[in-house]
Write a protein that binds this ligand. Structure first.
Ligand code: ZN
Ligand code: ZN
Ligand code: ZN
Ligand code: ZN
Length: 319
């Protein structure tokens, strides 16, 4: 009997151990959960009893770029579409360019260069880029005998009675002014009058015996314009051409007030105003004083500038 009880106890004990092992291995009865790692959306979860622990991890989204969407780096969940490029317009020197990623497409536009003029180099109308230099003036490489305001210079021309006789006196620009217009020099929109006061003084024997015949004309520093006519219109004007920012513009010349024109104490004096109406700011007009005998025929005033611009001609640039 005692042996029976002993063996019964052993069996029960073994069964109890078996049950215990079973419970430990197959259930969470003793708190021995078998957790799966947490994911973006699920906390740690027990595979046996579904008990959870902690919090879901939450998604870890990548930054979207121009071409790549925003996705979770862990689970791949789509969060946002690619941003798309932000195209900045092409310029003269740069192709279309993405402001975000600097990708380019197409070609730069290239400059829209104007023709150079006497006042401006070739210039891009889109971006202002300049290339090269302004055009070279027609008289750039000529040494002009330039007069300075208030400085008399020797001036030789022909006598009035005998064109074969030279007479020498002085020539001076006594005043130079720029105005829009007045009662003598009529104003014109966009133009201004440049007015010199010229003074000629002759005191020698030849001048006293034969008088003096002076001669002058107008020219242009940039294009050496020869279009000035020797006959004036009903308003006392002569037209001539200038080249202003690439445009051929019509300028006008008019003789103004006479201040002196007679003998004064054994000196023969001439003093008068000469005006030219030019586009505002135009600095190319030349007043040219030359020897009267240069002309072979009767038309001895207002000769084409290119015919009288020799080394003896005096020039005042109305700039
Ligand atoms: Zn569990
Ligand atoms: Zn995720
Ligand atoms: Zn981009
Ligand atoms: Zn440009």
């Amino acid at each position: 009997m005692k042996r029976f009880l002993l063996w019964t106890g052993v069996v029960i004990g073994a069964a109890a151990i078996g049950v215990l092992i079973f419970l430990i291995r197959s259930t969470c009865f003793f708190g021995n959960h078998m957790y799966l790692p947490a994911t973006c959306t699920e906390p740690e979860i027990c595979t046996r009893c579904h008990e959870t622990r902690g919090e879901p991890l939450g998604h870890a989204y990548s930054e979207a770029t121009c071409t790549e969407p925003s996705v979770c780096v862990r689970c791949g969940e789509h969060h946002a579409d690619p941003l798309g490029h932000v195209w900045l317009p092409a310029t003269c020197t740069e192709p279309e360019t993405c402001a975000r990623c600097a990708l380019t497409r197409g070609e730069p536009l290239g400059h829209l260069l104007s023709e150079p003029t006497f006042q401006t180099p070739a210039t891009c109308s889109r971006c202002g880029f300049v290339e090269g230099e302004p055009l070279v003036p027609a008289l750039a490489d000529r040494t002009l005998n330039e007069m300075q305001i208030g400085e008399p210079v020797p001036y030789t021309t022909a006598s009035f009675e005998d064109y074969g006789v030279d007479v020498t006196g002085t020539a001076e620009i006594t005043d130079y002014r720029v105005i829009d217009g007045d009662e003598i020099f009529p104003a014109r929109e966009g133009y201004e009058w440049r007015i010199v006061t010229v003074r000629l003084v002759f005191g020698g024997e030849d001048a006293q015996q034969n008088g003096v015949q002076s001669a002058y004309t107008f020219g242009d520093y940039y294009i050496l314009d020869n279009s000035i006519s020797h006959s004036e219109d009903e308003d006392g004007m002569r037209t001539f051409a200038a080249d202003w920012y690439g445009m051929r513009v019509q300028c006008r010349q008019k003789t103004g007030k006479t201040l002196e024109n007679d003998w004064y104490d054994r000196e023969l004096r001439f003093s008068w105003e000469e005006g030219v109406q030019v586009p505002k700011g135009y600095d190319g007009v030349l007043f040219i004083l030359y020897h009267f005998r240069l002309a072979e025929n009767a038309t001895r005033l207002y000769l084409p500038a290119s015919e009288v611009l020799n080394d003896d001609a005096h020039v005042f640039r109305m700039k």
